[in-house]
Design a protein around this ligand. Structure first.
Ligand code: C2E
Ligand code: CA
Ligand code: CA
Ligand code: CA
Length: 279
């Protein structure tokens, strides 16, 4: 699948490689993404598996480009990272997610936090921490109402400076989570030393439940290990009732996936929250 069309992106996997021509096209088009008002966020609900209540949302960026059409994040985020544009885009996402969350919380007071994906390139921006401190002050939202998701692969490439930033963010009260856990190869020893709160079991393992016994056992082991280290667990990509039940029985804390809800745009998230009639 080489086309960047809306209906074709299912064929790409996460490790996709795009050709130079597409890369340049995306790069050119991305330059006007922010100024042209082409970026927006979707929100996917996260459920407490025990109480079945919505406790949070994950912000997922969307790009409807006037030049090249709708282009999914798996395609454009890597380009934004290569070119450094992710810094500006990341700031935009962070601010928008925080201010939208405040509105969501007015409808449902029980919402605990908004999960925001952070790229490793943003960690290299020396103004990153001061900028997000400024944004949360302006919006008037607490660090404890924000979860920062960093993929395991990124964290494993962290240098000492990156690690210090991670420590600093945690000390400020942000919730930290490791995304796509199990797809990198972190050692157990490493895991005990990270300043984190949540581990997200990668969708590829959840997909294999219940048919693939290896994936079952890996999910089980990740959840048990996380629990014993004092971390909470999120299972992503839950698509069936059976997966939900099994993950609950494995003591996974939080569930996310099409079974519960697809990512929704702002208006539909508001409608979703109103429909649920939270007190
Ligand atoms: P991720 O952070 O692992 O996000 C989960 C992806 O799985 C999302 O894809 C979501 O729409 C999809 N998903 C959730 N539940 C299900 C399910 O039940 N079945 C299936 N088949 N898929 C499900 P999306 O939104 O296309 O994002 C893909 C990746 O792009 C994300 O993976 C993340 O790595 C990156 N990304 C998305 N938004 C942002 C962002 O705001 N900033 C950064 N830096 N990266 C982002
Ligand atoms: Ca994520
Ligand atoms: Ca993930
Ligand atoms: Ca992923």
């Amino acid at each position: 699948a080489k086309s960047l069309g809306k209906n074709n992106y299912q064929y790409y996997n996460e490790e996709l490689s795009i050709n130079i021509h597409d890369q340049l096209k995306i790069e050119q088009a991305l330059k006007q993404a922010i100024s042209g008002d082409e970026l927006y966020l979707n929100y996917q609900a996260q459920y407490d598996l025990r109480t079945k209540e919505v406790i949070s949302f994950e912000a997922l960026v969307r790009w409807d480009s006037k030049k090249i059409g709708f282009t999914p994040p798996n395609i454009f985020i890597p380009v934004a990272e290569d070119t450094g544009m992710i810094v500006e885009i990341g700031d935009f996402i962070f601010e928008k997610a925080c201010s939208d969350f405040k509105k969501f919380k007015q409808i449902n007071k029980k919402l605990q936090y908004i999960a925001i994906n952070i790229s490793t390139i943003q960690f290299r921006d020396k103004h990153f921490v001061s900028k997000i401190k400024e944004i949360i002050k302006k919006i008037d939202i607490l660090p404890s109402q924000i979860e920062l998701e960093i993929t395991e692969r990124y964290i494993m490439e962290f240098n000492e400076t990156n690690m210090l930033i991670l420590d600093e963010l945690r000390a400020l009260g942000f919730r930290m989570s490791i995304d796509d856990f199990g797809t990198g190869y972190s050692s157990m020893n490493y895991l005990t030393k990270l300043p984190i709160d949540i581990i997200k079991v990668d969708k590829s393992f959840v997909d294999g439940i219940p048919k693939d016994n290896n994936n079952m056992q890996i999910s089980k082991a990740i959840i048990a290990l996380s629990k014993s280290l004092g971390y909470r667990t999120v299972a992503e990509g839950i698509e069936t009732k059976e997966q939900e039940e099994i993950l609950l029985s494995l003591n996974c804390n939080i569930g996310q996936g099409y079974f519960f809800s697809k990512p929704l745009d702002y208006d539909n998230t508001i409608e979703f929250l109103n429909k649920k009639k939270f007190k």
